[in-house]
Structure formats: C-alpha cells, structure tokens
Design a protein around this ligand. Structure first.
Ligand code: SF4
Ligand code: SF4
Ligand code: SF4
Length: 332
C-alpha cells in the first residue's frame, strides 16, 4: 500500500488540535499504517524549510490548524496549499477563526493592555508591548507582523475539506482516518467542501427532551442549579446551551455532563451566522408560547445576564460572523 504523505501545519493555535490527533490512542496505529508525516513541527523535529523543500503537490493531504493571525501564518498556509493536493481546515480556529478571532473586536489597544500589563499573572513593570523588531544576544530578529484580523483558513487559501471542533473530537478524527483509508484504497474522496461532522443540530444528537414551552427569565450557571434533570433540555432549566444553532457530531459531549454547548462545531450548513441563529432560536423558544409574558425589556434583561454576549454567541465563529464585518479593521 502506498502511504499518504501528510503535512500538519499550524497558525495561531493552542496546539490542542495536535494533542487531539495524538488522543487517538491505539487508532494512531491505523494512521501510521496509511500515513507518512512529512511535516508536523509540533510532534516531530521539522522546520518550515522542510515543508518548503518538498515539491509542489508532493503532499497528499495538508492539515492546517489555528487561525490566520500573523503574516507568517498566512505565508505557511499558502506554502501548504502549494505543496498539497488536498487541504483540510482542522479545528474551529482554522474553520471559523475560532477564539483568536475574538481579537477582531475593535479594542486592540485594550486587548494588549489586558494581556501584557493587567492580567493577574503578568509582571511587566515597564509596560513593554510586543515589538516588531528585537535583539537577542546580539542577533537582530524581525517578528512576524500581527494581521489586522485573525481569520479562517479559507479566507486566504482554497480549502477542500473542513473538520470543525475545539479541538476536533476523536470520532471525527476517526472519520478523517476512514476517509484517508478509502482514498488510499479506492482513490475516492467526499465532495469538495464537505464538512466532516454531523449534518443536524446538536439538539438532535443530545437526547434530552425539549418541552413545548420554555419559561425562565434569567440564565443560571450549572453550579447554581440544585439538581439538574439529566433528561430535560438544559435551556428549559435556565442553562444557556447553543445546541439549537450548533452542528452535531461530538456525541453531545458537554450536555451529557450537564454543561451547555458552547458551539465549538460551529453552525450547520443551513445557517449563515451562528450567533444570530442562536439569538433567533432563543427569541422564538421564549416567545412562541409566552409572548404575552416576555416583553422586549424582559428579553433585553435576559441577555444582560449573559456576561459576555459576543464571546458567548460567537466564541468560535466571530471571525466569519456578519457582525465582525460591520466594524472597520483594527488599526495596526
Ligand atoms: S480549535 Fe481549539 S484546540 Fe484547536 S487550535 Fe483552536 S483553540 Fe486550540
Ligand atoms: S438546547 Fe441543548 S440541552 Fe436542549 S436539547 Fe438542544 S442540545 Fe440538548
Ligand atoms: S457540546 Fe457543543 S461545545 Fe461541547 S463539544 Fe459538542 S459542539 Fe463542542
């Protein structure tokens, strides 16, 4: 069997996506059986020059995880595209911009202050901020510039397949391995643009019962609920859950643990904007049976109880949201 040459490249990432691949445990042996890693700097001793040295199109499958946050991320993505027959956006950051794309909100200077000066674990008495040029032991270094936006992979290169999740869950990675196996054995692939995850919403996978009427006037944290009913929809118990707007495929990992879904698989194919879809789902759930009880003011108050609405409704998808396109790009 000819093994597939696979490259795993990364941008603005926490490397959780690398760990997720290693989390395959014994299934990793199946991966090794069909795959030769020709570039995977997090797991092995590869440098960018190793990727550059490969011939164009020599890599069968290029996985990219992390958002496009710096000029270097963008350059690596373009090199991966050139070298690979197939490119897969792997993880929420590569699919939608993910958590790094929350920095696209227009308060960059505040963000730098929080991260480099004010956070409880920071000691920075001189208030030094990252510099584009620096010198270490006499060697001058130019650091990659931070882009105006942290973006999804498909905003800078053509992407063939998508594997969402933060990080992608083992069953989804197993599906990727199965796709690769079929590719090796039969040469066939799913249609271009396919998302390797469920097609329904998480509510269909969750298994909790959604009552016809949902009536509550504030959201609570799971720890504030005395006893969470394991069979009843969390929303109906006042616990915010993005299941109605989120793609299935994770096995309802969070709701099984009595925690509301945070939306890491992103929206289904039918939804353009994840956060707007969730807000609209909440509005309709609350108003259908209780329209007379829920005034606009009540709904505003309900949303006010959510400490960080943008970060809640767009935790993983802000980079591709409509709202992120409404404000001008940040200043450099
Ligand atoms: S998708 Fe999640 S695990 Fe993967 S790089 Fe982004 S933040 Fe990390
Ligand atoms: S809203 Fe959440 S808890 Fe309720 S059914 Fe949907 S996924 Fe399950
Ligand atoms: S329940 Fe939601 S947040 Fe949790 S893993 Fe599944 S899609 Fe991600």
């Amino acid at each position: 069997m000819n093994k597939l040459k696979v490259a795993v490249a990364l941008g603005a990432t926490c490397a959780g996506c690398d760990v997720a691949i290693l989390d395959l445990n014994e299934k990793i042996l199946d991966v090794i059986e069909i795959v030769d890693f020709v570039f995977w700097p997090t797991a092995m001793d590869f440098k960018l020059d190793d990727l550059k040295a490969l011939k164009d199109g020599e890599v069968d499958v290029g996985l990219y995880h992390g958002a496009i946050g710096t000029e270097e991320d963008e350059e690596i993505a373009k090199i991966l595209r050139k070298k690979s027959k197939i490119v897969v956006a792997f993880g929420a950051c590569a699919n939608f911009g993910g958590i790094p794309s929350l920095t696209n909100m227009p308060y960059e200077s505040k963000m730098f202050d929080v991260v480099y000066k004010e956070s409880p674990s920071t000691s920075n008495p001189e208030g030094t901020l990252p510099q584009k040029e620096t010198e270490i032991e006499g060697t001058k270094l130019t650091l990659p510039g931070i882009r105006k936006r942290a973006d999804s992979l498909n905003s800078v290169i053509d992407v063939d397949y998508y594997v969402p999740g933060c990080p992608p869950m083992v069953p989804l990675i197993e599906q990727v391995v199965d796709v690769l196996r079929v590719f090796v054995e039969k040469g066939t692939l799913p249609p271009k643009g396919a998302v390797i995850a469920g097609q329904d919403t998480l509510c269909k996978e969750c298994g909790r019962t959604k009552p016809e009427t949902i009536s509550y006037k504030e959201f609570v944290s799971p720890q504030e609920v005395k006893e969470i009913d394991p069979d009843l929809c969390l929303l109906s118990q006042g616990i915010l859950c993005l299941g109605p707007a989120t793609r299935s495929g994770c096995g309802a990992l969070c709701t099984k643990m009595n925690v509301g879904c945070r939306g890491c698989l992103g929206p289904t194919d039918k939804v353009d904007d994840h956060g707007l879809k969730m807000i609209s789902a909440l509005t309709s759930l609350l108003e259908v049976e209780h329209e007379e009880e829920y005034t606009e003011e009540d709904f505003d108050k309900l949303l006010e109880k959510i400490p960080d609405p943008l970060g809640t409704f767009y935790r993983f998808t802000y980079g591709v949201s409509m709202i992120s396109k409404l404000h001008p790009d940040k200043e450099e």
